[in-house]
Design a protein around this ligand. Structure first.
Ligand code: AMP
Length: 402
């Protein structure tokens, strides 16, 4: 296991002595909410295996997590309080909520915990020290436990107090969710059944050029869609109208195209687009006749010809990794390309391909299309899975390895 990080010798939950002890567990409860209620409990469900194991061992479980980006200040709309009843319902057990993650209120809740019971502490990011990996804050968190369990795959690529700093104070290991994610991604990265195809979309080219460069050393095919495709097209002197552009990345994008060409990797950019004059929900998009976007128009989704071309590539592949939407999928009229890719991947999976979908947007698209159970592995960490593919050592794992 974890050949993705070969230098790391990680303890698994089964290797830790948790019986009757206080277990500080970092989980990913960054869940969508509306009107103070959890609207999608997938991330909570993903932690149940670890929690049920800990409870069966009579541990006193102290859960720490973040929600949204409150920027170091306490903000009611980012409170984790609604997660406690949602978790209690799934565990069929009461979950005590502490209104802070450090300090007297948290200490009181933790001190009152009985063996085989659970407490959830308030949003770590209400304290600016969390994201700064502040040593004193990490020490204060660590005082809540005798053992640390890292089960927040979506956060292990961050060097924060709850993912890195805390490991200096407590013996620890990975929970069942992180173990499952690493085992899956490890197999795909190091021993993929070929052809191996990656599909990358979304808006931010600068975030993803590094991973695209590394992917070219691993994959047989690469499809790029979404807003980031326009910077690539610009690099090829194709007209992109008023579409999204990171002008300072166009040369670097062109270098990726050249590398793909030199390595004879099938690299596809959109061949047509849906375009609008203005981005608004009732806009009526039109299809372009080529990969060029007319002046004054904005590319908002891949076009039907591109869907066909991308689907053909997906059909031919035996391992498929997808991260990032093909268009502004939050608007129904611009979601067709992203949904079509989700469907094509589900169909290929049915025919025996191994598929991994990572990233909140791609997962949302898969969920909306009702295809979640038709994907081999839905990764709970978009950023973390991309960084693993890139070959980076994740700070949350490095810290656990000591
Ligand atoms: P990222 O965070 O880089 O993965 O980007 C995700 C975002 O990309 C989503 O919110 C999409 O709406 C956005 N996106 C996808 N395609 C486009 C596009 N053609 N123009 C602008 N934004 C896009």
């Amino acid at each position: 296991m974890t050949a993705v990080n070969p230098a790391l010798k990680l303890k698994r939950l089964q290797d830790l002595d948790v019986k009757g002890r206080r277990v500080l567990a970092r989980v990913d409860y960054n869940v969508p909410m509306k009107d103070g209620k959890v609207t999608d409990d997938t991330r909570i469900r993903e932690t149940l295996k670890t929690l049920e194991y800990l409870l069966a061992q009579n541990a006193k479980v102290v859960l720490i997590a973040h929600l949204g980006r409150p920027k170091g200040k306490s903000e009611p709309k980012y409170s984790l309080a609604p997660v406690a009843p949602a978790l209690a319902k799934l565990l069929k057990k009461p979950v005590t909520f502490a209104p802070d993650c450090v300090g007297p209120e948290a200490d009181k809740v933790v001190a009152a915990l009985q063996p085989g019971s659970v407490a959830l502490l308030e949003n770590l990011r209400f304290h600016a020290e969390e994201e700064k990996n502040d040593p004193a804050f990490a020490a204060a968190l660590a005082r809540h436990g005798d053992v640390f369990v890292q089960d927040a795959f979506g956060a292990i690529h961050r060097a924060h107090a709850s993912t890195a700093g805390v490991c200096k104070h407590l013996p620890g290991g990975i929970g069942f969710l992180v173990q499952k994610e690493l085992e899956f991604l490890d197999r795909v990265i190091n021993n993929p059944t070929r052809p191996f195809l990656a599909i990358i979309g979304g808006a931010k080219v600068s975030d993803k050029l590094g991973v695209l460069d590394k992917l070219l050393d691993k994959v047989d095919g690469l499809l790029v869609g979404g807003g980031m495709a326009y910077t690539f097209l610009k690099g090829q002197n194709v007209s992109i109208g008023k579409s999204l552009l990171e002008a300072d990345q166009a040369d670097a994008a062109q270098a990726i195209v050249q590398k793909a060409y030199a390595k004879k990797i099938g690299f596809l950019l959109p061949a047509d687009h849906l375009v609008v004059a203005e981005i608004k929900p009732d806009a009526k998009p039109v299809v372009t006749q080529s990969m060029a976007v007319p002046q004054d128009m904005i590319g908002v989704d891949i076009g039907p010809h591109t869907i066909e071309l991308f689907t053909e590539e997906i059909k031919k592949s035996k391992t498929i990794f997808w991260n990032g939407p093909m268009g502004i999928f939050e608007t129904d009229a611009f979601a067709g390309g992203t949904t079509a890719i989700a469907k094509a991947i589900a169909a290929a999976t049915k025919k025996g391909a191994v598929s991994i979908v990572g990233g909140g947007d791609s997962l949302a698209a898969v969920g909306k299309a009702g295809l979640k159970d038709q994907i081999s592995h839905c990764s709970t960490g978009g950023g973390a899975s991309l960084e693993l593919l890139e070959g980076k050592v994740l700070p949350g794992l490095a810290a656990l390895a000591g």
